[in-house]
Write a protein that binds this ligand. Structure first.
Ligand code: ATP
Ligand code: MG
Length: 383
């Protein structure tokens, strides 16, 4: 009798020619999520089994695979031989000790000497006989013992289905670059695009020494918290310090943020092109702050040609916070550190700046030189 974790994926996306590709990426992602844990991964009739992990680490294995996008559901179960006595021993182990229950059998192996109903009746009957505190209720049982007779000589027995992360395997939708701040929104935006199958690379802008190491550590912490989902273990950083100083010294004060954001987009696009990322991703939400008005979005989009994905565009802050809590980034996001956007913050940021005015002010700067200079500060943190 061996403890295993059963991983089921949704088949919706696995059509025709894509099927092999999706499965390959999915299996690779499961492997990545289990890195550092001894295990073997095996595909068996439309699902995966994680086997041969250390005793007592089943919960950890399950926790990790549950976060892999594409996982529909998972169960911790027992892998046994298909002989009735072995199935019973496993059922006793995973089944309830009291209360109502039923046994549900699926028989993929059609040459098994008993039908599904007969297996359920035999196992259920024996459980009842040996435990007077149990009662059968086939309509609304408190617990169910699932038996899956898969192939000659093997059966899986388990008691519960856990919900997987859903979505599509990361990587099947290509690669994009998330502009990640230390805030609440951008980590959630990254999570959402990863869920749709995008590999989300990470770029953070800092204004060292105006922003300190704590601010950077906070972003690394967020990236780490995202990595069970994104499977990404590196963060790129760029300095926008000199850009901010130049804007502050030479341009209309109310455009500070607008101009900085245009630089951020230009830089992100440069990094994306160098890394083969096909889109940019931000945590913007329409109207949330001055720079996220239609005019603000227009002004940022005007300096790039890559598509900019904004998965939170129609979300309320409350909804974003709820998601940040669910994925575990919220507590870190609200730690108090300076973000580069809060350095040189104008008193009254322009909410509806005209593009002509923006371009006029920007013409006071040597944009190409500032971009080159910032690009030279590119660093990568592996975590
Ligand atoms: P967030 O909670 O993600 O910080 P926000 O509500 O604070 O968002 P802004 O500060 O206007 O909004 O940022 C909008 C988006 O711009 C962010 O979601 C993020 O994608 C990007 N961004 C902002 N600051 C940075 C930064 N320092 N480094 C990288 N990207 C950034
Ligand atoms: Mg922010």
């Amino acid at each position: 009798m061996e403890k295993v974790v059963i991983v089921r994926y949704s088949e919706i996306h696995l059509k025709g020619k894509n099927r092999n590709y999706f499965e390959r990426v999915f299996a690779m992602n499961l492997e990545k999520s289990l890195k550092g844990l001894r295990h073997e991964l095996r595909r068996t009739s439309g699902r995966y089994l994680v086997e041969k992990f250390e005793e007592g680490r089943a919960e950890e294995v399950a926790e990790r695979v549950s976060k892999v996008f594409g996982v529909h559901s998972y169960s911790i179960g027992l892998l046994v031989g298909s002989e009735l006595g072995e199935i019973y021993a496993a059922a006793k182990e995973v089944g309830p000790k009291s209360g109502t229950f039923k046994v549900e059998t699926h028989r993929g192996y059609k040459n098994y000497p008993l039908t599904s109903m007969e297996i359920s009746a035999a196992i259920g009957g024996r459980l009842l006989d040996e435990n007077p505190a149990l009662r059968v209720d086939v309509h609304d049982p408190a617990a169910t013992v699932y038996i899956d007779v898969r192939q000659q000589g093997a059966a899986l027995v388990f008691g519960e289905f856990g919900a997987g992360a859903g979505g599509m395997p990361v990587g099947t939708a290509g690669k994009g670059l998330l502009m990640i701040s230390g805030g609440i929104d951008s980590p959630v935006a990254g999570y959402m695009m990863a869920k749709r199958g995008l590999t989300v690379e990470l770029l953070h802008f800092h204004s060292y020494p105006y922003t300190n190491d704590g601010a950077k550590e906070k972003v690394v912490a967020l990236a780490k918290q995202l990595s069970p989902y994104t499977l990404v273990t590196r963060l790129m950083t760029l300095s926008v310090t000199h850009i901010q100083e130049e804007i502050h010294a030479k341009c209309a004060n109310e455009l500070n943020i607008t101009l900085l954001r245009r630089f951020m987009f230009r830089l992100a696009e440069r990094v994306a092109r160098e890394r083969g990322d096909k889109c940019l991703v931000t945590g913007e939400s329409l109207g949330q702050v001055a720079s996220q008005t239609m005019e603000g979005i227009t002004s940022s989009n005007a300096v790039v040609t890559l598509p900019v994905l904004r998965p939170l565009i129609g979300f309320d802050k409350d909804e974003i916070i709820a998601r940040a809590k669910a994925i575990g980034t919220f507590e870190t996001s609200v730690l108090p550190y300076e973000d580069c956007c809060t350095v040189f913050l104008p008193e009254f940021p322009a909410t509806r700046p005209k593009l002509s005015f923006i371009e006029e002010e920007e013409a006071k700067l040597d944009v190409p030189a500032l971009v080159e200079e910032a690009m030279a500060t590119l660093e990568t943190v592996e975590f």
